[in-house]
Design a protein around this ligand. Structure first.
Ligand code: NAP
Ligand code: GLV
Length: 309
């Protein structure tokens, strides 16, 4: 029985040491570096894996995502009995909360406008608002959405959230499901997408959705590029209905040369850096999860494969 790791070499080196100490009974091997008998591989950790992963490792039982999301894995090619586990670790969670706070403050205080004016050599006054006058709407109230809300609370923003099932979060107006979507969209000013990419959420940031947001709203996408319909965003920015967008994720990544997002005056890009998996904290989480697996206990972050997240 072998645990195989596929991904960044530096992370593999750190995780090999953590596993040697914490899970010495299970051989930890690095794809492309260590010799491994494919028939012994029961557990694989990867950001992504080839579509023929099952042909290569016919006895695979559990696929661990190195990231919080799992849509990048070849899910359709995995037999239903293969368990899929996402990464729930504090480095990703804190990183995302920081990114959302940064992006919300930047858009709330009109930083894009002031930067544009500066670059044009203009000293342009624009009235500013306090956080209590701006409502942030978080799409997705999972590990990352809840952490982002906790980071935003002390800044004084009015807060809303939307999820598939009903949630109660102190200080946050919560909406749920398709029935609550329009009401959620109607009352916030800055929207943050922290949804997983599933069949239900692909393309959710589209013209219809934007049209239901108040005029002058801003959008932050730190979920996945597939949540956003690029042409719809550009049309809604150009019409003035949306004020600005900050995008950490795009489809594809990287964006090809000449893509309109690069130069659009109201779009601000970061190259998928909102929340990175931290070698040490994530290695500890993974080792703990493998110990749970070996003990037959429930796993942290196991994905409901029928639900898709
Ligand atoms: P999570 O804990 O699984 O939470 C997902 C949330 O989305 C839950 O609140 C869930 O609702 C909600 N949701 C799912 N499908 C929905 C639907 N159809 N309608 C309404 N709400 C829906 O996930 P997470 O750990 O917070 O991560 C979220 C995503 O962030 C990841 O999947 C990944 O794509 C992205 N991410 C991006 C970066 C980056 O650097 N940009 C880094 C890490 C992760 P319920 O609560 O009702 O289940
Ligand atoms: C990054 O995008 C992740 O899913 O962890």
């Amino acid at each position: 029985m072998t645990f195989l790791y596929h991904g960044m070499e530096a992370r593999g080196a750190v995780w090999a040491e953590i596993f040697a100490t914490r899970v010495p009974q299970l051989p930890f091997r690095r794809w492309g570096i260590d010799a491994v008998d494919p028939a012994t591989v029961k557990y694989l950790a990867a950001w992504n894996a080839p579509a023929d992963v099952i042909a290569q490792f016919p006895n695979l039982e559990v696929l661990f995502s190195v990231g919080a999301g799992i849509d990048q894995l070849p899910l359709a090619a995995l037999p239903p009995q293969v368990r899929v586990v996402r990464m729930v670790e504090q480095g990703i969670i804190t990183g995302m909360a920081e990114y959302v706070a940064m992006a919300c403050l930047a858009l709330h205080r009109d930083l894009p406008f002031f930067i544009t004016e500066q670059r044009a050599g203009r000293w342009s006054y624009r009235h500013t608002r306090l956080a209590a006058e701006t409502r942030i709407g978080i799409m997705g109230l999972g590990e990352l959405g809840k952490a982002a809300l906790e980071m935003l609370k002390p800044l004084g923003f009015a807060l809303s959230g939307w999820s598939r099932s009903a949630h109660e979060i102190p200080g946050v107006e919560c909406f749920a499901g398709a029935a609550g979507f329009d009401a959620f969209l109607a009352q916030a000013n800055i929207f943050v997408c922290l949804l997983p990419l599933t069949e239900q959420t692909r393309g959710i940031l589209c013209r219809d959705t934007f049209a239901k947001m108040p005029s002058g709203s801003a959008v932050i996408n730190a979920g996945r590029g597939g949540h956003l319909v690029a042409d719809d965003l550009i049309a809604m920015l150009d019409s003035g209905h949306l004020r600005a967008a900050m995008l950490d994720v795009t489809e594809p990544e990287p964006l090809p040369d000449g893509h309109p997002f690069y130069c659009h005056p109201a779009i601000f890009l970061t190259p998928h850096v909102a929340a990175e998996t931290r070698h040490t904290t994530a290695g500890g989480v993974l080792a703990d999860n493998v110990l749970r697996l070996l003990a037959g206990d429930p796993l942290l972050g196991e994905v409901d494969r029928t639900r898709g997240y």
